[in-house]
Design a protein around this ligand. Sequence first.
Ligand SMILES: Cc1cc2nc3c(=O)[nH]c(=O)nc-3n(C[C@H](O)[C@H](O)[C@H](O)COP(=O)(O)O)c2cc1C
Length: 257
Amino acid sequence: MSELRVLALSGSPRPQSFTHHMLELFLEPLSGSAEVSLFVPRKMNIGPCLGCFHCWSRKTPGECSQKDDFAQIIEAYKSCDLVVLAAPLYVFGFPATLKNVLDRFFITLEPDQLPLEGGGTTHPKRYQRRRRAVLISSCGFPEMENFDLLREHFRIICKHTGWENAGEVLLPAAGAYNGTPLAGTKDRLLRATGEEFLREGRVSGETLAALAEAPFSHEEYRNMANWAFKGSLLEKGKMVALTAKIMARVKKKQKEG
Ligand SMILES: Cc1cc2nc3c(=O)[nH]c(=O)nc-3n(C[C@H](O)[C@H](O)[C@H](O)COP(=O)(O)O)c2cc1C
């Protein structure tokens, strides 16, 4: 899979983004054989789609009425083989920073409405090319089901952009791995998602399930999250004790191989 061209969008509004860390680990194994164009929309000047249909008019097809930093993203898109959408879960969907960019991808569609194979209606694609797409996300609640709407949205985006859905890298209970003694314990698996993509062209459901496996119960996680935000001495003490218990489980599992 040499000369793979990757367009990666890192959509968290937070400078210390955990999802960005996940993205970096996914990309690490690809770096030797891929050309990666990484964009961080929160640092860019990208206006919202104005819905003016300038890009659909016969006079200016594929031309946006706004001259801003989205031009860099669309240039990279034209020649990319893989699109990576990385963003934290916000209100069970994409955060506005990334949704703003996704709206601007309207420019990649042509105005005609065509019947879609298997039912429904879609638009022809302006920049035809075989492209795969991977979704990367983290969330604050411990259950995997919190990603259901985001995953469905990603699937439907793939269907209408012509991207081949190459899998998802999702981490619930992300608060447990961010700035705690558990930080780094998911890094090897996160790197393995990139290795698997490089080998197989996709991230499998098995890898996703392994990633979601946690060394704590949902109740323990909820306690940790609650204590972290309350932050009294008593809660800090409880947190230290529970974290030590969880770390002992992690080490035991590591020893067992
Ligand atoms: C505005 C906002 C909305 C959020 N909505 C959800 C949500 O719907 N479900 C959830 O589990 N976590 C939610 N979270 C938590 C984030 O998804 C979680 O902290 C994530 O790991 C942050 O990633 P980042 O460090 O890359 O920004 C929300 C956080 C914020 C600030």
